[in-house]
Design a protein around this ligand. Structure first.
Ligand code: IPM
Ligand code: MN
Length: 363
């Protein structure tokens, strides 16, 4: 296969983990006889510094033309001024919207050898294998109006949480379909006791559930869901939720795996690529981690597992995806750790060493 993959390293540790992903993909290409044409483009703070625009036209076009996109992270203290007119995050949000990526899949499955890396007791982590489906192009991230104004002599800021039925329906359908290939259970998370948009969400998900009589549906309020993720994480299968709630709950859920650095994600939506598969965006769920950026010690596993999701969903290369996942499994079984998942007394590998170990195990 010949595939075109656009790389968006972005900011902070983004370039370090995307380098790792690129090395892994080169190894996959070599071992399985594929050609991956990979080209990097600026996004986020790096793009602001270069062009003044967090999502240059040329970057968006390169993503539209690609079969899949891999992103590192965006943002950092350099661009954090709350009064700034342009922000790195606008690049990522514009890309999600521009590519119509309405669903973000975030699988959470703690590795058996990392149960001790989580602050939760190991027995709580038994059977944890959940998939959060986060709505990605609606809700309060994109709702209008949004503005600042002066009210009674002080500044007021307004954001809007809005959902249409069709926005809820399409992401809910995907959640039910995915549950059908897993444990057959969907948990829909909202704040229907307070928010109108959540009441429409709940109503719509309930209607969609009628199309999937074999799938069990449970509704949870987001505050309770935050708690249940810690008290009964092993009971969840697919969790579907609005953009903001999904953002928050997946950071929380990542802790079940010992580190955010381990978690991959796939953003899928309307567009298809030259293979008739979704033209997805694949990124670790962690951010730019400015505190460790440039040190070469970031955990590349989340990004490398994101490349596995890309191989499977956008390129249809199941064996290759499984090989990458098996390499991660083998390296963790062998006791190799980056600093974020090393326990006291274990000497951590840096990003490059970890990536080399992963590539060595690719078979
Ligand atoms: C994520 C990130 C982004 C989000 C930021 C960087 C805009 O936190 O992908 O989870 O909030 O969606
Ligand atoms: Mn987030």
């Amino acid at each position: 296969m010949k595939a075109m993959i656009t790389l968006l390293p972005g900011d902070g540790i983004g370039p370090e983990v995307v380098d790792a992903a690129q090395a892994m993909l080169e190894a996959v290409a070599e071992r399985f006889g594929h050609t991956f044409k990979m080209e990097a483009h600026p996004i986020g703070g790096a793009a602001i510094d270069l062009t003044g625009n967090p999502l240059p036209e040329e970057t968006l076009n390169a993503c539209r033309e690609a079969d899949a996109v891999i992103l590192g992270a965006v943002g950092g203290p350099k661009w954090d001024d709350p009064t700034a007119a342009v922000r790195p995050e606008q690049g990522l949000l514009g890309l999600r919207k521009g590519l119509g990526l309405f669903a973000n899949l975030r699988p959470v499955q703690p590795h058996p050898t990392l149960l001790n890396a989580s602050p939760l007791r190991p027995e709580r982590l038994e059977n944890v294998n959940l998939l959060v489906v986060r709505e990605l192009t609606g809700g309060i991230y994109f709702g209008e109006p949004r503005f600042r104004r002066t009210v009674n002599g002080e500044e007021q800021a307004v954001d809007t949480m809005a959902y249409t039925e069709s926005e809820v329906r399409r992401v809910a359908r995907l959640a039910f379909q995915l549950a059908g290939k897993r444990q057959g259970k969907v948990t829909s998370v909202d704040k229907a006791n307070v928010l109108e948009s959540s009441r429409l969400w709940r109503q719509t998900v309930t209607q969609v559930a009628e199309e999937y009589p074999d799938i069990a549906l449970e509704h949870l309020l987001v505050d309770a869901a935050a708690m249940h993720l810690l008290t009964r994480p092993g009971t969840f299968d697919v969790m579907v939720t609005a953009n903001l709630f999904g953002d928050i709950l997946t950071d929380e859920a990542s802790v079940l795996t010992g580190s955010m650095g381990n978690l991959p994600s796939a953003s899928l939506g309307e567009g298809t690529n030259r293979f008739g598969k979704p033209r997805g965006l694949y990124e670790p769920i962690h951010g730019s981690a400015p505190d460790i950026a440039g040190k070469g010690i970031a955990n590349p596993i989340g990004t490398i597992l994101s490349t596995a999701m890309m191989l499977r969903h956008s390129l249809g290369l199941d064996d290759e995806a499984t090989a990458v996942e098996a390499a991660v499994d083998a390296v963790l079984n062998a006791g190799h750790r980056t600093a974020d998942i090393a326990r006291p007394g274990e000497s951590p590998l840096n990003t490059r060493e970890m990536t080399e170990k992963l590539i060595e195990r690719l078979s």
